[in-house]
Write a protein that binds this ligand. Sequence first.
Ligand code: TXA
Ligand code: MG
Length: 338
Amino acid sequence: MYETKIVKLEQNFNEIAEAMKEAPVAFPTETVYGLGAIAWREDLVRKVFEVKNRPGDNPLIVHVSSLKMLKTCIDGEIPEIYAPLIEAFWPGPLTLLFRKHEKIPHAVTGGGKYVAVRIPNHKTTLRLIEELNAPVVGPSANRSGRPSPTSAEHVFTDLNGKIPYIIDGGVCAEGIESTVVNGLLSPPLLLRPGVITFEELQTHLPNIAFPEHGSAHTLASPGTRYKHYAPEVEVVMFTGTEEEKIEKIKAEIRKSSYRAVGILAPEKVLRRLGSEVAGTKLVHFSLGGTLREIAHNLFDGLRYLDREAEVIYTVEVEDMKEGRAVMDRLNRASSRRK
Ligand code: TXA
Ligand code: MG
């Protein structure tokens, strides 16, 4: 057990570096907070799995600060197919698969021969990696199965007592995870939709494929097999036209006996629903308007309504651009579609 402290990297670097010799430490990135350990330390990588309660066959992303450091993690040269992606999106929220260097512990890759790597676009993360002078593994810093953390407070809620430090970087600029791509297959495969959209990837890799749910890619990206992003309370997703979603939500509330129903939806849906239906209080969380805003606010909203309501009703969004990452997370978080 630790007395978990939220600290600033600049003021506490020595203590943090010292603590990272024996325990994982949470760090901010532009996407979500990560749970960090030096990638070379297999003993600490195992602790990352333990702290998160993560299945051992779900591999971790390795964060590096330069192409030079990337080369210490991979076997052979950087594959040519990645050149335009690295040029366009690094540092940034795109994770690429490489053949792993033999020095990368098997615990990092879940026993597999590929290692997933990205250069994050966040000055605190880059500074941490540079000061440690080592690649840092970083799965999202949530308890396994919970919504990913987009602030130091979210990490504290999930991991208080389990790690010595949470490095504070404020609220994450993106709020949803990186896109994961395996370009070593033919055609290249998008393994996890994320901040960088499929449409953006297509402009650089015209033949990239986006496999359907439940197909071979569930083997290629082990993380997609598990239940994910789910709050404690039930999440129900409503579908159809805006009119239909609103009517279905109202009908569901009339049938139910909840006192407080959480509504996680774009602003205009909230406005049409109002603050009460048939005597039941509606607790609003606005996802905003654009797909990008919705992606940014999603995890914060799931966590907020998990505390404030007895059930969460949410709505499907357009399955395109940033909406693909949103729908991927909502499909996993919700137990029913209506
Ligand atoms: O934005 C992000 O990617 C954040 C921040 C902290 O960088 N990290 C993150 O890590 O989301 P995590 O562990 O929550 O998700 C990693 C995803 C999982 O779906 C995992 O299965 C996949 O990447 N992955 C990692 N290594 C892989 C590998 N070698 N082969 C296939 N999939 C891999
Ligand atoms: Mg995660």
